[in-house]
Design a binder for this molecule. Structure first.
Ligand code: FUB
Length: 680
């Protein structure tokens, strides 16, 4: 039972500079995945549960995945009620709902889990898009479950605690077939006259009046009538089919009132260009006439959000899959300011997260060469896109990890004494890892070292796999990979990959692919069982694969090879080679940008960046060879700005090789180390 109402200020805002408190409830309910019982335990738990999450713009939370934001203003504070995508989700099988809040749109507070499936004893699964409204001095959470029912939970504050208001669904399509096949995505309007309306539905929008208690329906369930600008009804999609643009209703209804007009916001489906659109009307029951897009397509398969006025400005909330690199089931809530034209129409918002690739193709160019200097060799460069940091490990004479501001490239810190090749970051736990021996683990907010982790072999490449929040540290000699739990930093296991691994990529769904450089193969690894399930041969189309990137949408691998110097493009499902295209010499890194559907190879020997465009899953062309600088062989993508960062230095003439060597390393010229920025 939810009993204790008392709350304490004992948490921390999501701001690196200002760690202060956030609200936690006491009682027996679940908060942040843990149960607290009573005051004393709560005080202990506060410190453990409160995430410190710095704000760096969108998304507003990076320590958990959040989706389906319904933004509401209560008592001069903005609350965002969200679904809670699971960190390794492969479906929308969420179990609880989260709350984030702010007073200034800059500092966000995690108010924890406000309700979970367990709170509805009649529900089994799928805690999807919530809404919350205030009436009668209470707060009412409307929650869809099982894809067939909507429940209502009641509380006396916006943060709860909430309890099941009626002990049964408010609406269930088994007993109410008129609710339609998928009564999901509830949104409630409490109109100025006190009458409340519940909107819901997937592929078919429904509306029903609520009784003053908000816990009973008070009229028939009706279909929301949508009209095109000529006044003709927009057809409802046939059951089990998706709406065809324009501007059929998909899901995610939301309604607000401005200057006496009702704005009915909805998602127009799941097409690549789908987005939140809106229709306006003079009555909350409709009809509503299509009026335009609220925003351009957000980077997500699903489009779901809300519009809210707060402190004199309007905002649209939405979610994107930016943080999970395009995973449809792991989304993050974002917002942008929204404005109205003088006739009341919405000026379509361009989502700021993530930056879109320019619509018109322009050639890439070396836009900046930022000389940062400093001693020491270098190998990989790594952009922590969510954390807005650029990591570059430097080796002897003073091994360290140098850290830069990803936006400005200004120095942002140093992690001293770490002799590493590469870096990987878990954006949820805010833990950074280096392929050093021992592996270094640090807090990405403070750059403070957490611990070192003993590993065998010679750490070289490194990959963070969000699927099960593990870090893979690769070594040319056995063991070829050491797998580390990113949260705890404990070693999960080691695995032999059958050769010398170079770059690796994750499909985000339980598989990683690894270049096996000395065998001209790509190893396919089951990341749960830690077994190699296949070895894809490059069949002579490329040799010495040193770079690997992945198109998650079409499940295509791009392996960049040194000899012959090609990009071998192959199916990630069965290893079938689709084509091989020429690249520059001396590749040591590959990238894929899903915003522009381009693959890149950074080639150190001839100082070029090869750009290959994926026109379709079977059509690939070399688009450009961008002059970078000799030595710029590894690269990283800032997926938020579509910039590519590379590193290099200037070298003097190589000394004569030692008698038993064919080759000698040229000396790096002092302070010549440079970060290159390539962009359109
Ligand atoms: O979060 C699960 C579902 O995805 C929601 O109910 C839909 O609106 C879509 O965002």
């Amino acid at each position: 039972m939810l009993c204790l109402q008392a709350r304490r200020r004992c948490s921390r805002l999501f701001d690196r500079q200002e760690p202060v408190c956030f609200d936690l409830f006491m009682g027996t309910r679940s908060i942040g995945g843990m149960h607290t019982r009573g005051f004393a335990l709560c005080l202990v738990c506060c410190a453990l549960l409160a995430p410190i999450v710095p704000i760096r713009g969108n998304p507003i939370a990076t320590h958990i995945f959040t989706a389906d934001p319904e933004a509401r203003v209560f008592n001069n504070r903005l609350y965002v009620y969200t679904s809670h995508d699971l960190p390794n989700a492969t479906y929308w099988d969420m179990v609880d709902w989260r709350l984030l809040s702010t007073t200034d749109m800059v500092h966000w507070q995690d108010d924890g889990a406000v309700f979970s499936l367990k709170g509805f004893r009649w529900a089994t699964k799928w805690a999807w898009a919530p809404d919350c409204v205030s009436a009668n001095g209470k707060y009412y959470l409307f929650l869809p479950v099982d894809r067939t029912k909507i429940g209502v939970a009641i509380g006396s504050s916006p943060t709860g605690p909430f309890k099941d208001a009626i002990g049964m669904p408010l609406l269930d399509n088994k007993t109410m077939p008129e609710a339609g096949k998928e009564p999901i995505d509830p949104a409630v309007l409490v109109d100025d006259d006190g009458q409340s309306y519940l909107y819901f539905g997937c592929r078919n929008a429904k509306v029903v009046k609520l009784a003053p208690s908000l816990t009973e329906l008070a009229g028939p369930i009706e279909t929301v009538q949508l009209l095109d600008p000529q006044g003709k009804p927009i057809p409802v999609a046939a059951p089990d089919t998706n709406p065809v643009l324009p501007e059929g209703y998909g899901e995610a209804p939301f309604i607000f009132k401005r200057a006496g007009k009702y704005y009915f916001v909805y998602s127009n489906g799941w097409a690549p260009e789908s987005t939140q659109v809106y229709a306006t009307g003079n009555s909350p029951m409709g009809p509503f006439t299509y009026a335009g897009k609220v925003m351009e397509h957000a980077d997500s398969v699903t489009q779901h959000g809300s519009v809210v006025e707060f402190r004199g400005k309007w905002y649209v909330f939405y979610h994107t899959s930016e943080l999970s690199n395009g995973n449809a089931f792991r989304r993050s809530v974002c917002f942008d300011e929204l404005t109205f034209a003088s006739d009341g129409t919405i000026n379509t918002v361009t989502p700021s997260s993530p930056a879109k690739a320019p619509a018109v193709a322009a050639p890439y160019a070396l836009a900046a060469a930022t000389r940062v200097g400093g001693s020491g060799g270098f190998d990989y460069v790594y952009a922590d896109v969510a954390g807005r940091r650029l990591y570059i490990p430097r080796t002897a004479p003073a091994p360290r990890i140098t850290v830069f501001n990803l936006d400005t490239l200004a120095p942002a810190g140093t992690i001293a004494g770490v002799n590493a090749r590469g870096v990987a970051v878990d954006p949820l736990s805010h833990h950074g890892f280096a392929s050093s021996k021992p592996v270094a683990m640090w807090n990405t907010d403070t750059l403070a070292m957490i611990k070192t982790i003993d590993v065998e072999g010679g750490p070289d490449g490194i990959l963070f796999d969000p699927f099960n929040a593990r870090v893979w540290v690769f070594s040319h000699r056995a063991p070829n990979a050491t797998v580390i739990d990113a949260k705890s930093g404990s070693v999960v296991g080691t695995i032999d990959l059958g050769g010398a691994p170079e770059q690796a990529v994750t499909d985000g769904n339980g598989r990683i692919y690894v270049d096996i450089e000395d065998k001209d193969r790509i190893a396919v690894v089951d990341t749960t069982k830690l077994t190699v399930t296949a070895q894809f041969s490059l069949a002579g189309k490329g040799g010495g694969p040193a770079g690997l990137s992945y198109d998650a949408r079409n499940r295509i691998l791009f392996a960049t090879c040194r000899d012959p110097a090609t990009m071998v493009i192959l199916s990630a499902d069965d290893g079938k080679i689709l084509t091989a295209l020429p690249i520059g010499r001396g590749t040591d890194g590959a990238l894929f940008n899903r915003a522009s559907m381009e693959a890149f190879s950074s080639n150190g020997a001839d100082g070029t960046l090869t750009v290959i465009k994926e026109n379709s899953p079977t059509d690939f062309v070399v688009e450009q060879s961008v002059a970078t600088m000799p030595g710029a062989r590894t690269s990283t993508l800032d997926a938020r700005t579509n910039r590519i960062l590379l590193i290099t230095a200037k070298f003097g003439p190589a000394p004569a090789p030692a008698p038993n060597e064919k080759w000698s390393r040229p000396p790096m010229l002092p302070d010549s180390f440079t970060i290159l920025t390539v962009q359109r």
